[in-house]
Ligand binder design. Sequence first.
Ligand SMILES: [Zn+2]
Length: 379
Amino acid sequence: MPLTSKQDLRDSYPFGLLAVPKADLATYHESSGTAGRPTSSYYTEEDWIDLAERFARKWIPIRPEDTFLVRTPYALMITGHLAQAAARLRGATVVPGDNRSLAMPYSRVVRVLHDLSVTLTWSMPTEALLWAAAARAAGYDPRTDFPALRALYVGGEPLSPQRRARISEIWGVPIVQEYGSTETGSLAGECEYGQLHLWADRAIFEVYDPRTGTTSAEGAGQLVVTPLYRRAMPLLRYNLADDVEVSDADCACGWQLPTVRVLGRSAFGYPVGNARITQDRLEGLVFGLPARYDVMFWRARAEPARLVVEIEVADEHREAAVQQVTRDIDRLCHAPCEVTGVAPGALVPTRVLTGVHDVLKPRSLFGADEDWDKALLYY
Ligand SMILES: [Zn+2]
């Protein structure tokens, strides 16, 4: 069988890969593609058991006593629904906190985390940093004022070991990584030794080498998956096109499942002079700064002749932080750079962290002294 590509999925939009009567479908999803035809995926009620079970495999388990904040999108994508289904399967209380909804600004996330004694969360890693900043803006210390918190489940974004360690340190709880896609659901989860294990009992995994056109069970290449329990939309040898390294070496956890290192598109970078700069590399340098400098937010622009970097850092640590990042870029990336320390709030404005939106309902009749510009356009 040839590999199935993302293009094959696009060509089959929306229901070309439907393998059951449409009445059997439970949900329809699309992945977060930016342009062009979307990629559809759909699941039956039975498929959802497999999806929820895979997501629920966590070394820090979901328990009935847990209060679980789901902070990934619910609209079209599968991620929010996956976490919700897994938490419900394990009997936890779900707090749906969609990160794309105006109804849930950061100030409200902090209120919920604190007042509801949330024990588990599911989000992108960056969210956990934004919550920390929002918590501080609300007068809380993330490490001590959220004692119920047990773990942060994260995924959907590359995460360097340095940033991961910093997030864990800020919140004082373990970070548990997850890897998957809207077309497949969870494909790998982390064990207590920090290794991502492929769910090889639920899918066949192969590693595809685009240079030779061959596949193997181990090694470096693109991850190809054939889910074994799936009715609505079977996938045969689906090439996720994520760069990975798969290994069959034993892990101390004893799970007997192959481990995977997901490089994603982190290998992709921008040229600066003779160097190629990747986000992963820069992130490692920024989060390699001493914790007391408290640097959480940064941005960089790769210009042809120099790398321009801005980091948010308080006055008292600015000079030292700028010096260290400049030195490390010079030493490890060999690229000319200009690093600037900007005041906290310059990259992530305080109003974003503390603001509350009015959640309105559509309305057509207004009083004489009310602003009727909000008529009908209620968001
Ligand atoms: Zn392991």
